[in-house]
Design a protein around this ligand. Structure first.
Ligand code: DGJ
Length: 728
């Protein structure tokens, strides 16, 4: 028996030409497929790393394979990934393997299974791509109509994954405006679980297109097997778990097919977005770290470049933009050690000056009454103060009160025979990104700004409205709108990036509406939420970190009472939370005391010291705010494990509290680390200040952290600590 297995393995190693089994591996994971000529392609295993011998023995172990890309029509009630209507009205597909291709790419390998319908000239290439060092495998399909007439795709998901029934739990993100990225943990039971979004232009305010699947019972941070999945798409999506009468939770994900049938012309290929998976035996934390490393290296813009510390004008002045005010904010952020000033909404409009949110989007000319010397003056003023300048735009939108709309009413989304459907301010409208003229216009918004002001360093690209009216005045096929919008946006982003590769661009969408791996390939970061309240940010940033690294999460120190939730927290607390992401400020500095500015100045200096650890290190979540223990804690560790930053935040305030002693993670057990408190406001240094401990002790036992800050000015209920650990 052993001899036979070895020979199967040998054949597999020789390229899998004879065996029907295909093994795709990363450092610690593997995917086993069956691709037998003339049969439907199957998935036999996704999870731990198997040797070729072990993979070849799965059938002996009684394992059953599942359809790798189930198509509708001949498989009974099986949940399908693909459904079509052929020109003759036939609604079935019978996809059979024709061949297999394997090719190497710099980060791993791409395995493609070529399938063809048994009767119709209709093919589907099912691709699997390994990212070896990050333990990620992604899948997507290329659906080609080789028939003479148009075939209608009524469902065209990216991929599927069978998950063996057991004690399986899922963790997904949900929320709304100002409450994005909240963690929802639930056990998978029988029936359907659907996560979907139909916002159209953005897709992560409510449910996210990522999910963690914990295979060994209730999700744990550092233990248990976890599969993470992320659909890399910025538009409408659906993630489905179907669990009926067999041994599997059938997981399928892709573009939401509702109201979105796609007319695939003869010879046309539809490529579905990438659905990325990771697998870890180190719990949720292990899966998150894989996502973070993969994202920084392959799926976001400038994942290897440190982000600047900035001040954004929004919560400081809102629409009240003027030269004097901008210069004062630049002075203030420069004096606190910041590196960039971003002028937010309110700077534009000629015939209709933007003084509130009811007009002017689309009229991207500077409001000379507010800024007589134009953008150039602001860029130069910033440079004189030793910082960079950034600017806000919302280029995919207009208002009915705008010169753009007066000139191009045909450019907005509007259903025929229907009135306009407005968004923000009662006048906002979505531009039709499927229209190439609109794409040119949107590109030109960026191009004009950059051509006239080549030293602009940063753009905040906002998107404050979902698609409310299903109607393109350009498209022949109205059901193509969702896909065509995203393709149009992608085409513009490609052009922007080809011409401005160094520009930093933030994806903002009324806060966290564009936190996804479909958008980040062109964007450097996203605005996590319009809610800058430090306490609520702990919950939101915690959830968001399941899938996204700190470098992508814009996190700003703002004023109290907080403008959204009206909570008053200490400045230290706000700093300590903001410092766990990409640090910035969103405040009117002229309303701050000298003492407050001084604390921020010190914090910014210290952040610069820990920035590489936060932005490129490995994250270890230690105590979850969702566990109801009254506090939360996490840390980042440098890849070399020689430095770390540890965060401890109180999230409830009662008298006579007793919190757990937190055990650290991710350190080198043999190394000795010295502790230094950052952002210290206490009169007396901590007892642990300057002391050294082994990594083993810190991870197995942990430090006693005083529960309250004790500054000279009296205690504050929102206590927090940030510790810097350096290897001796
Ligand atoms: C929504 C964003 O999330 C805010 O940060 C701000 O840029 C406003 N739009 C401006 O209108």
């Amino acid at each position: 028996m052993r001899k036979i297995l070895v020979s199967i393995a040998a054949l597999l190693l020789l390229g899998g030409a004879v065996s029907a089994q295909e093994l795709l591996t990363t450092g610690k994971t593997s995917l086993v497929l069956e691709a037998k000529k003339g049969k439907a392609p199957k998935i036999l295993h996704y999870g731990s790393l198997l040797t070729p011998d072990e993979a070849a023995s799965l059938k002996d172990a009684g394992w059953k394979s599942q359809n790798a890309y189930p198509a509708y029509g001949l498989a009974g009630t099986e949940e399908c990934a693909l459904a079509v209507t052929h020109a003759d009205g036939n609604m079935t597909l019978d996809l059979r393997v024709e061949g297999v291709e394997r090719k190497a790419w710099e980060g791993g390998e791409i395995l493609s299974i070529l399938t063809k319908d048994a009767h119709y000239p209709f093919t589907v290439k099912i691709n699997y791509k390994s990212y070896k060092d990050q333990d990620m495998i992604s899948t997507w399909t290329e659906i080609t109509n080789r028939e003479k007439k148009t075939v209608v795709l009524t469902k065209y998901l990216s991929g599927v994954l069978p998950v063996r029934v057991g004690d399986v739990w899922i963790s997904s993100l949900y929320g709304t405006w100002a409450n994005e990225g909240r963690v929802c943990t639930e056990k998978l039971t029988r029936g359907y679980k659907v996560i979907k979004n139909i916002d159209g232009a953005r897709n992560s305010h409510t449910s996210h297109s990522e999910v963690m699947i914990s295979l060994d019972g209730k999700p744990q941070e550092s233990q248990g097997r976890v599969i993470g999945a992320a659909l890399c798409w910025g538009g409408n999506y659906e993630l489905v778990f179907k669990t009926n009468d067999d041994d599997f939770h059938h997981f399928l994900a892709g573009i939401c097919p509702e109201n979105a049938q796609y007319y695939l012309e003869s010879k046309e290929t539809f490529t579905t977005p990438e659905l990325a998976f990771t697998y870890s035996e180190e719990g949720l934390g292990g899966a998150s770290r894989n996502f973070h490393r993969w994202g920084r290296k392959y799926k976001m813009m400038h994942g290897d470049r440190e982000r600047k510390v900035l001040l954004n004008s929004w919560e400081g002045v809102y629409f009240d933009i003027n030269e004097e005010g901008m210069a004062q904010m630049m002075d203030d952020i420069a004096s606190m050690g910041g590196e960039l000033f971003v002028m937010d909404d309110g700077w534009f409009g000629d015939k209709y000056p933007r003084t509130k949110d009811t007009s002017s989007l689309g009229d991207w000319v500077v409001d000379r009454k507010k800024l007589p010397n134009g953008i150039g003056w602001l860029v130069r003023t910033a440079a004189d103060k030793g910082i960079k300048f950034g600017i806000w735009i919302e280029p995919e939108y207009t208002n009915s009160v705008s010169e753009l709309y007066e000139k191009h009413p045909d450019w907005v989304l509007k259903a025929e025979n229907r009135d306009l459907v407005y968004g923000r301010g009662g006048t906002q409208l979505v531009l039709d990104m499927s229209n190439p003229e609109v794409q040119d216009f949107v590109f030109k918004v960026v191009d004009d700004l950059m051509t006239e002001n080549p030293d602009i360093d940063y753009i905040k690209w906002d998107a404050n409205m979902n698609i409310r009216a299903h109607g393109s005045q350009y498209l022949k096929r109205q059901s193509h709108l969702g896909v065509a919008y995203m393709r149009g946006l992608a085409a513009v982003c490609d052009r922007v990036r080809a011409k401005y590769p160094d520009l930093t661009i933030q994806a903002c969408a009324s806060g966290g509406g564009r936190a996804n791996w479909g958008i980040l390939p062109w964007f450097d970061e996203f605005w996590v939420s319009d809610n800058t309240d430090a306490l609520q940010r702990i919950y939101m940033q915690w959830g968001t970190s399941y899938f996204f690294p700190a470098i992508a999460m814009a996190s700003h120190i703002s004023a109290t009472p907080n403008h959204t939730v009206h909570r008053t927290t200490s400045l230290k607390y706000r700093i300590d939370v903001a410092m766990s992401g990409r640090l910035g400020m969103e405040i009117q500095p002229k309303n701050m005391t000298e003492e407050e500015k001084d604390l921020c100045r010190k914090a910014i200096a210290q952040y610069k010291q820990i920035r590489p650890i936060v932005q490129f290190g490995d994250q270890y979540r230690l105590i979850s705010p969702y566990d109801g223990l009254g506090m939360a804690s996490m840390m980042y560790v440098s890849p070399e494990k020689d430095k770390a930053v540890y965060y401890w935040w109180k999230i409830a305030n009662f008298y006579d509290e007793h919190f757990p002693r937190v055990r650290m993670n991710g350190l080198d057990p043999e190394a000795v680390y010295t502790i230094k408190e950052l952002n210290c406001i206490d009169v007396k240094p901590l007892a642990i200040e300057g002391k050294s401990f082994t990594g083993r002790f810190l991870m197995e036992e942990g430090l006693e952290i005083p529960y309250v800050n004790k500054p000279a000015a009296g205690r504050s209920d929102w206590s927090s600590r940030v510790l810097y650990l350096e290897k001796k």
